[in-house]
Structure formats: structure tokens, C-alpha cells
Write a new protein. Structure first.
Length: 189
């Protein structure tokens, strides 16, 4: 696993051993950031279910202003901290050890231009996750949910509407906006 583009391009990232953490593949991250290209520079990003932090660190490498990582697993947090240090990104990051759902009530932060979440693929209800994401979202912001391609995520939830779903292998990315943005998350003015 590595940073694909930007300031830290080629930097290798660590991943914890075991099946509890499923890092987003390089190819899926590249697809994600190709679709978000116009929205990353200067963005405040929230990465929920952060795991290794690869998505947030990729965003920083591509010009995001700040990333807040939310992760509850201690082993993943240790690796996340190592990856942030390896990218010398500590000044542009905040790491919160907590569950994503309800994190805003316990750690009021934001709003965020991009909220990217990668919950476990066996998640049964996405509504609480989308509710938390929507509560942290800045006006005109975008929420992206990574999920198993066979899982159906809500079309509408928490004032968000699903704009687009992109599949790659066993994974999919669902893009949400609070307004009537077009597929891919770009706003229509």
C-alpha cells in the first residue's frame, strides 16, 4: 500500500496484521481521488473508520488542508499514527479514538468539505453513519461511503441524496450530496 499521487507520492504505508482492518486498495483510492479531483485542494477532510489512514493521507498528499481521522481499534490506531509520522503530516492531522457514530457529540469538530467513511463490509445499517456524516458536512460538501458492491446503500438518508455509485472489484463508492449536485459530486450553480 502506498500514496499514489502528490507531495508524498510513492510513500509506503503500513497496515496492521489480521482481518479486522481492510485497507482501501490503491486502485480504488486512485478512482476515488480521480472523481474528487476538483474538491481536494484546501479541503477539510473527515475520514471515519480510518484504519491505516490511507485515504486521509492521500488527501493530504493531494493538497487537502487538514484531515481528522476517527478510528476505535487500538491496533489500527498504532499503525495510523506511524503512517502519519512517516508522512510528516502530524501538524495537518487530528486523530480521534472513538466510534464514528456519535463522534460529533463527544468531539465537536468540523464542518468538513469531504467526509469519507469505510465501515466494515458487514455493516447492516448505513443510516446512522450517514446521519453522523451529514451532521459534520459543510455546505456544498460531499460524503463518500465505501461498501461491498453487493450491498445496497440508501438513496436518501439524513438529508443526503446519493448522486453516484462507482464499483471496482468487490468494492463500491457511493457519493452523496446535500444539494442537487450532479453525479461525481460537482455542484450545479
Amino acid at each position: 500500500m502506498r500514496i499514489i499521487a502528490g507531495l508524498h507520492r510513492g510513500r509506503r504505508l503500513r497496515a496492521p496484521r489480521g482481518a479486522d482492518v481492510r485497507p482501501t486498495s490503491d486502485a480504488l483510492r486512485e478512482t476515488l481521488f480521480n472523481l474528487l479531483r476538483a474538491h481536494v485542494a484546501g479541503a477539510r477532510v473527515l475520514e471515519g473508520f480510518a484504519g491505516t489512514g490511507a485515504i486521509g493521507l492521500e488527501a493530504l498528499s493531494r493538497g487537502a488542508a487538514h484531515v481528522t481521522f476517527v478510528e476505535r481499534d487500538r491496533r489500527a490506531l498504532d499503525v495510523l499514527r506511524q503512517n502519519v509520522a512517516a508522512c510528516s503530516a502530524g501538524d495537518a492531522c487530528a486523530i480521534i479514538r472513538d466510534d464514528f457514530v456519535g463522534v460529533g457529540a463527544r468531539h465537536p469538530t468540523g464542518p468538513y468539505d469531504l467526509v469519507i467513511v469505510d465501515p466494515p463490509y458487514d455493516t447492516h445499517s448505513y443510516e446512522p453513519i450517514l446521519l453522523e456524516a451529514a451532521a459534520r458536512l459543510a455546505p456544498g460538501g460531499i460524503v463518500v461511503v465505501e461498501h461491498h458492491r453487493r450491498t445496497t446503500v440508501p438513496t436518501l438518508a439524513a438529508g443526503l441524496s446519493r448522486q453516484r455509485v462507482v464499483t471496482a472489484g468487490d468494492s463500491a463508492l457511493a457519493f452523496y450530496a446535500a444539494d442537487a449536485g450532479d453525479p461525481g459530486g460537482r455542484r450545479r450553480d
